[in-house]
Design a protein around this ligand. Structure first.
Ligand code: BTN
Length: 270
């Protein structure tokens, strides 16, 4: 059993004046969505680096309009608000950079080897450990106002708590014998996100190389869903903009920048 303190999310302990990301931290017992709370606060105070975390979310959001299971006290639900000094066209890469930063934080704090399933699912031994949802705020003149990066890590869920739909494809740190508290994990993630913020977009080559190294999609058979069309292909490479380069059966190549990609042998796709 964890000492309760290590697991607690305490704003004064997580905040640091030496970082941009997490200079100010808000910890809530329950919220609809930490991304939504960041957005509400962006409108008011316009802070750069504000971090919001919660014990549980009542309307945790996932990508593509899905819900994200957010049981109280079981996961780490963390969002940060950033105002990177980069044009809108470059900011789409920040989600991929975040995947790398989260893997680094998980490895450092939890001692686990984390992989990336393109574009931004974090896997532990082939099952989903963490999801990332990035949302942009665009000003009236069409320029970037802010980016909200939301990270949900499964920390203590049991198989039964995931339920029959998620249990075959999701995992938690506890299921791998890791008893790391959410406070310690949040601390490591804020540090890595701060490093990311300082590096972005200058250090692109280093993040790209690490992304490629960690990406378990590469070399596998994939099915790409775009609307109602399903394309079978082989995942060949990640291009400079973090798009997925696929090889089609007729020998041609395409780059996929969005859409659903199932990877044979991962997350329940046989
Ligand atoms: C996905 O895998 O589809 C993305 C899941 C992102 C979940 C996190 S939890 C913290 C933040 N708040 C939300 O409502 N969503 C993100």
């Amino acid at each position: 059993m964890l000492p309760r303190e290590e697991d607690m999310l305490i704003a004064e302990r997580l905040a640091s004046p030496h970082r941009v990301v997490g200079r100010e931290v808000v910890c809530l017992t329950q919220v609809d969505s930490t991304n939504e709370e960041c957005r509400r606060r962006a409108a008011g105070e316009r802070q750069n680096g504000l971090a919001v975390c919660a014990d549980g979310q009542t309307r945790g959001r996932g990508r593509r309009g899905r819900d994200f299971q957010s049981l109280p006290g079981r996961g780490l639900y963390l969002s940060v608000l950033l105002r990177p000094n980069a044009p809108l066209s470059e900011v789409s890469a920040i989600t991929a950079w975040t995947a790398v930063a989260v893997c680094r934080g998980l490895e450092r704090a939890a001692g686990v080897r984390a992989d990336i399933k393109w574009p931004n699912d974090i896997l532990l031994e082939g099952k989903k450990l963490c999801g990332i949802l990035t949302e942009l705020g665009v000003g009236e003149n069409g320029t970037l106002d802010y980016v909200i990066i939301g990270i949900g890590v499964n920390v203590r869920q049991s198989e039964a708590e995931f339920g029959p739909e998620l249990a075959p494809i999701a995992t938690s740190l506890a299921q791998h014998g890791v008893t790391l508290g959410r406070g310690a994990l949040a601390q490591a993630l804020l540090e890595e996100l701060d490093a990311l913020y300082r590096d972005f977009p200058r250090e692109s080559a280093a993040y790209l190389a690490e992304y490629r190294r960690r990406c378990v999609t590469l070399g596998r058979e994939v099915t790409v869903l775009r609307g109602s069309a399903a394309t079978r292909a082989t995942a060949l490479d990640i291009d400079g903009g973090f798009g997925l380069v696929i090889g089609l059966p007729d020998g041609t190549r395409q780059t996929v920048t969005s859409g659903e990609v199932s990877v044979r042998g991962l997350l329940g796709y046989g």
